[in-house]
Design a protein around this ligand. Structure first.
Ligand SMILES: Nc1ncnc2c1ncn2[C@@H]1O[C@H](COP(=O)(O)OP(=O)(O)OP(=O)(O)O)[C@@H](O)[C@H]1O
Length: 972
């Protein structure tokens, strides 16, 4: 059997496809999907030399020595035949004829639905060839049996193996129950020389689907084969396990990776969400940043406050320690001293505590106490570490003086300047100052300049001057407590390299002044002055302070050196200046009112930095050699005196110039402020005035506006009224026209009446003439007739006159008068409408007859009536103007009255005679009257007179209205 390959390389199934199958081993196992539901079936074929194949071809495993054949049980069997190597996966498959379970394969996604797709009807068979002769056991597994044709318990089909019936008349329900796979297990088959197993199905009804056929050797395997196969199996199993472990490890790793990736993914999505969420919060962030900035500013402020506190505390500590601090430094023994075996007199046992013991002889030891004691082993860094806080004070605005005092050759220059490879206090100080200045860059602005001086034989020499000074440099007092040397070079330095070049220049200048540099340096005081101008950006405070770094000349006694001439002078000067320094220290120690600073150039120069408001640090340099004991003691005593000086608290050196400048600026600003305040007051006053003015204007404007609105309302109402009046005027003019027409018709009637009157007058006169002629013969009648005629003529004339008058009056006055009255009435109407008085109107005044007027009024609107009433009233009031009309009416009334009188007379005359008799009888004075006489009497009584004529005239008019009466008169 060929070696098996990896169990997981399923996909290489189609490599070896042989037909017919060449069997290299005795066993053939066709493994069904043996799960209980029988709804999926896998046929597995394991052929030696092939790999495990799946997906419709070979789908399961076999143990070593077995061959598995995949058969398409439901379709044209065998569908495909392959010669494949057997893969041994699990010995479980071959124990006791177990059928191959392919659950694992299914679990890997290898279900085999295609078998179900074909159904076989009728007989079908499988033939397995090339099987070695022997006894075999065959299992049949039916994935699905559709027994449509058979009732329960009916024979479905017969199964023949090697032409021997092994299954017949199977009652499926009794065997497997519903929905369970049907299995035929361990059917024994013998394979003969033909090397074939034939399995045949007969009498098939429905669609039985064989999902698995398992052919395996019967249990009687030879031991050696079993052993060999066991070994192979174990080997395979172990490799499988190994592979499995490997793969498991890989899977685990991958799972971990997947897990990590998932976590990362989760994290990323969370971050993405967070980012998305945080976008709207940008404003908040901005405000938070702003708050942080504000907080930062606040912290800065606090920091500066804290810094100030720190400085204050440090200064307090310094003050507690004393503002003059003394450090003692002892140089190592020189080579010559060592070679000469000079003993050391200095004891450093308590050096840590600032104590120094000097062995003055024998067991005697004098103890000196200082702020710090440096042994020869202490280096420059140690020394500067203690000096640096004092140095920094200059940046805080304090004057500082650091000087090295001691015998020649004790290391003053070494401490202050130091060799190039081991710099001393001077260089380190400047380096430190620039470092601190840089650190404080945001809160302070520093301006640092350097001067280098030498005091030699009580003369000041500027070591930075390019040419020797023409005149002596003197010390001047610039302002209170501030001394300076006019004309001295102050080299500005921005960084340490610049300072170093300045120091080098000074050193060179010092060297050129002397033949022996070392000797010269021992005989002069070298003074380095660092001037610092500082401006605090937080509070605007300005300071101007200075730091003196002094390398004093040697302090050995004259006697010892036994010097003469120039050296003597030098030594005297040195001693004088050092003793002046001692005097100053003593004066300071004893708190003398007068401090003799001016006794030497050295103390004079150091005046503002030595004692008083300043901080002082003294290095007392000593030699350890017994040879220099006395000098050492002298120096230490001096140093002790210096240390005993109690100075008051140091004071910040405000930059007075700057202060002055600020003061003047402040004054100016104050003045400006005052003037601005005045101007502001004035402006405020103006503003108030303007405001009040504005308010009153506003008020006025509001009032005007209200008035305007009121007037506008009035105008609107007036306009409305005007329109109404115009309309009324039109109506009135129309009414006037009507009136004119009425008037003209009336005139016409009057004319007609006059004509009639004339006609009647004429007829009357004719009748009278006739009568006169008739009674001519009568005596008095004739005369009267003439008279009557005359009277009638007069009457006619009068009538005419009256007519004319009437005409004229009515034409000229009445109409025009009416028009005029209309206009007046309109005016009155307006007035009265305003006053709210009702108007009355007299119809009579309009000259119309009452009847006409009534009918006309009935046709009018109430308003017209009102107007007419009003006009009437007005016209009544204007009665004087109507005189003409009144006289006419008076005339008419008289006529009526006369006509009534005449009528009464006529009535009287018409009374019958008997009646008259009765009357006479009744009265007893009445006599019988002759009618003719009576008539005569009547006629006599009716004398022609103006009254009579008026009566006739009136009678006429009356008769016009009452014709009956007329006939009475003229018929008589
Ligand atoms: N602490 C020290 N460690 C090593 N060597 C030192 C120390 N102090 C001084 N020396 C050495 O001692 C010698 C004399 O030192 P230095 O010239 O500084 O003394 P000085 O007091 O300045 O003398 P002078 O008063 O003459 O100027 C130098 O060679 C110097 O290197």
């Amino acid at each position: 059997m060929a070696e098996t390959n990896s169990t997981n390389t399923h996909c290489q199934s189609a490599q070896t496809l042989l037909n017919p199958i060449s069997w290299s081993n005795n066993n053939v196992i066709i493994g069904p999907d043996n799960n209980d539901d029988a709804d999926s079936a896998d046929l597995a074929l394991c052929v030696p030399g092939s790999r495990l194949v799946r997906t419709g071809f070979v789908h399961s495993t076999s143990s070593a020595g077995n061959t598995m054949l995949l058969v398409n049980a439901g379709g044209e069997a065998p569908m495909e035949r392959r010669d494949l190597d057997i893969q041994v996966l699990n010995d479980r498959f071959f124990h006791g004829g177990d059928v191959l379970r392919t659950d694992e394969n299914i679990a890997e996604g290898g279900s085999m639905p295609w078998i179900y797709q074909s159904a076989r009807f009728g007989n079908f068979s499988y033939r397995f060839e090339n099987i070695p002769p022997g006894e075999y056991l065959v299992d049949l597994h039916f994935a699905e049996i559709i027994y449509t044709n058979g009732p329960k318990g009916m024979r479905l089909f017969d199964v023949f193996m090697q032409e021997e019936k092994v299954l017949s008349e199977l009652d499926i329900y009794s065997v497997v129950g519903a929905n369970k796979a049907l299995q035929l297990v361990d059917a024994r088959v013998s394979v003969g020389g033909d090397g074939a197993i034939v399995i045949r199905f007969e009498g098939v009804n429905g669609s039985p689907i064989v999902s698995g056929i398992c052919i395996k050797q019967s249990a009687d395997f030879p031991d050696q084969v079993i052993g060999k196969r066991e070994a192979e199996f174990r080997d395979l199993s172990s490799r499988y396990e190994h592979d499995k472990r490997q793969w498991n490890a890989v899977i685990e790793k991958l799972e971990r990776q997947v897990k990590t990736m998932k976590q990362e993914h989760t994290l990323l999505s969370y971050e993405a969400r967070k980012c998305a969420d945080s976008i709207p919060e940008l404003d908040k962030m901005v405000s938070a940043v702003q708050a942080l900035v504000a907080q930062c500013d606040d912290l800065k402020l606090k920091f500066s406050v804290e810094q100030a506190k720190r400085k204050k505390l440090y200064n307090q500590i310094q003050e507690a320690k004393g503002n003059i601090r003394v450090f003692c430094r002892c140089r190592p023994m020189r080579k010559d001293e060592l070679s000469a075996r000079h003993a050391t007199v200095v004891d450093f046992d308590a050096a840590q505590d600032g104590e120094l013991g000097i062995l003055t002889g024998g067991a005697t030891k004098k103890i000196f106490r200082f702020d710090r004691v440096y042994t020869p082993k202490d280096n420059q860094v140690d020394v500067f570490a203690d000096a640096s806080p004092v140095v920094v004070s200059v940046l805080d605005g304090y004057n500082v003086c650091i000087f090295a005092y001691g015998q020649t050759g004790t290391g003053k220059t070494f401490t202050m300047e130091g060799p190039e490879q081991n710099r001393g206090v001077n260089y380190r100080t400047l380096e430190h100052l620039f470092k601190i200045a840089e650190e404080r860059r945001e809160t302070f602005i520093y301006d640092i300049s350097v001067s280098v001086l030498e005091v030699y034989n009580e003369q000041i020499r500027d070591l930075l001057a390019s040419s020797p000074a023409s005149k002596k440099l003197e010390i001047r007092q610039a302002s209170e407590g501030v001394h300076h040397v006019p004309g001295i070079v102050e080299a500005k330095a921005e960084n340490i390299s610049e300072v170093w070049s300045v120091l080098q220049a000074g050193s060179n200048a010092r060297a050129t002044g002397s033949n022996n540099v070392n000797e010269h340096s021992s005989r002069s005081h070298c003074m380095l002055c660092i001037m610092v101008r500082a401006k605090n950006l937080m509070n605007g405070e300005c300071t101007k302070s200075k730091l003196w770094l002094v390398d004093l000349a040697g302090s050995e006694r004259l006697a010892k050196t036994e010097v003469q001439s120039d050296r003597l002078k030098e030594a005297q000067n040195i001693n004088r200046s050092l003793s002046a320094l001692g005097d100053v220290i003593s004066a300071l120690a004893t708190k003398n009112n007068h401090i003799p600073y001016r006794n030497s150039k050295l103390t004079h120069l150091l005046q503002d930095s030595l004692g008083g408001d300043s901080k002082t640090l003294m290095f007392v340099q000593i030699s350890p050699s017994e040879q220099d004991l006395s000098e050492t003691l002298s120096s230490l005593n001096f140093a002790t005196r210096v240390r005993g000086v109690e100075l008051g608290p140091a004071r910040k050196q405000s930059d007075m110039g700057e202060v002055q400048k600020i003061k003047s600026m402040l004054d100016k600003v104050k003045q400006e402020l005052r003037s601005k305040e005045d101007a502001l007051c004035k402006l405020e006053e103006t503003l108030h005035y303007l405001e009040s003015k504005g308010k009153s204007k506003d008020q006025l404007f509001r009032t005007q506006q209200e008035k305007f609105i009121e007037l506008q309302d009035q105008l609107d109402s007036k306009t409305k009224l005007c329109r109404q009046l115009e309309k009324q005027l039109l109506e009135l003019s129309e009414e006037t026209k009507g009136k004119e027409e009425i008037c003209s018709s009336l005139q016409r009637k009057v004319k007609e009446l006059e004509n009639k009157l004339i006609e009647h007058g004429y007829a009357e006169s004719m009748l009278l003439q006739k009568k006169a002629m008739q009674v001519e013969h009568e005596n008095n009648l004739k005369e009267r007739a003439q008279e009557f005629e005359h009277q009638s003529v007069i009457l006619k004339q009068k009538v005419k006159e009256l007519e004319n008058k009437l005409k004229m009056k009515e034409e000229a006055n009445e109409i025009h008068f009416l028009q005029k009255k209309v206009r007046e009435l309109e005016g009155k109407l307006r007035q009265q409408e305003k006053e709210g008085e009702p108007l009355t109107f007299s119809v009579e005044n309009l000259g119309a007859t009452p009847c006409e007027t009534r009918s006309w009024l009935r046709a009018e609107t109430p308003l017209s009536t009102k107007r007419l009433n009003s006009s009437n009233q007005v016209m009544n009031q204007e009665s004087d103007l109507l005189k003409g009309t009144d006289s006419l009416r008076e005339l008419r009334r008289r006529r009526e009255w006369q006509s009534k009188g005449i009528e009464n007379n006529i009535l009287l005359s018409k009374t019958p005679l008997p009646d008259r008799k009765i009357l006479s009888t009744d009265s007893k004075i009445v006599k019988p009257v002759d009618p003719s006489r009576a008539l005569a009497r009547i006629t006599r009584n009716t004398k022609p007179s103006s009254t009579a004529s008026r009566v006739i005239s009136n009678n006429k008019s009356y008769r016009d209205q009452v014709p009956g009466i007329k006939s009475k008169i003229w018929l008589r």
